[in-house]
Design a protein around this ligand. Sequence first.
Ligand code: ATP
Ligand code: MG
Length: 458
Amino acid sequence: MRKILIIDDDIFFLKALKRMLTTLGDYSADISADGSIAFRSQEIREYDLVMLDLNMPKPDGRECLMAVKASAPSVPVIIVTGENSTETAVEYLRMGAYDYLTKPIDRNRLNATLENLFRLKSLEEELDSITRHLLKNELEKPYCFEKILTLDETMKKNFRYTEAIAPTSKPVLICGETGTGKELMAESLHLCSGREGKYVSVDVSGIDDSVFSDTLFGHTKGAFTGADKARSGLIETASGGTIFLDEIGDLQEASQIKLLRLLQTGEYYPLGSDAAKKSSARIVTAMNRTPEALLDKGFRNDLYYRLSTYRIDVPPLRERKKDIPLLARFFYSGAAKELKIPDRPDERALELLLAYRFPGNVRELKSIMEDAALQQKIGRTLFDTITERLNIKEVSGEKKARLKLTDVFGFLPTIKQVTDALVNEALEETKGSQKDAAAIVGLSRQAFNRRLNMQKKE
Ligand SMILES: Nc1ncnc2c1ncn2[C@@H]1O[C@H](COP(=O)(O)OP(=O)(O)OP(=O)(O)O)[C@@H](O)[C@H]1O
Ligand SMILES: [Mg+2]
């Protein structure tokens, strides 16, 4: 509900405009025949809009506009006047009025002005709320994210962003490699939104268009052979809630068109029906490709832009190293409890994990730790299980890759080639921080820099 204040000395006009406003939309209007209210800034700030007459006994419209713009600049003012002059209109717009309407008020013109104004205002408010959330360090609803363990700053920023966008009903796209926790993010988003409907998750990879339509939109009785009963689709199950479409990058072209139509109109057709149904489910999607790869592959641009109104990028596990021991202990501990073995993982073994790339991310770490706990129960050490799983061999207390350099280079490299590769990879790992890269490879900052310069000169 938007609150509007109308100031005009003509009491009949005030009442008529108030009536018109309440029939136009979700607006409530207060009226005042005396301009002095414009000088009470506390009161004015309570309103989403002031509609102001120009010709009034003192204070007149001009003085009122100046007062509002000085003390409550974020409250928009629309001038409503009998004076139809372009010059006056321009003058007032310059002074900060949002628009200038002439009496008698045209209903359609007023409607369009208010819709535009409040659409813009909603966007600004949304952006404001997102910025506020991102600047804050505290979450308002930490319990929504309690299933996602993390010590990583980017992940925490994602939580704050998720909290900020949760109350809107716009689509969200979650991107990240396989096993990074996208589904958990989608669940947290739903929880955080406070939406009363259900959270429904559907994996759309590998399903053809008719299965997609039937699953999401449902069908009428007799829609196809074997459809002996009408069945509602998952969009309906998720009414007032969230529908999570996983692996959206695999969606077939025909299904992409249907999804686009749903996003554009908020409507869909069950199979066999020509009566459109309204959807009130929020659409959240996920994929493990990058947007560039998705569009390269021929995914519809227009659909991508709709789906990614908001986008959350979940970083791969190797880019949040602090989470590796944290999650390793957590998964090990869960398994140890179940297997009734002591919950004291060998910390030296956990360190080995830091050097691994984790192509399968958290899911892979979970499986490694659960397997390691099981192996421990049958007498193998955690250290041995992990080195074997990660293809790492320990020689006399030193960690050494079992992989040979010839496997990596395809030939036996020179010392220079190895050093260059090492320097480059360390820079990649640290996202270009020479200080951190030097520390990783065990060189002083100066020595690292010298090597880098030598490389550049060649
Ligand atoms: N930060 C985390 N804390 C605890 N468990 C996690 C975390 N991240 C992921 N997991 C667990 O790892 C597994 C994989 O997570 P999830 O299914 O959410 O990944 P995904 O990104 O959706 O994967 P895919 O791309 O394969 O669909 C799940 O068992 C999940 O509970
Ligand atoms: Mg998933």
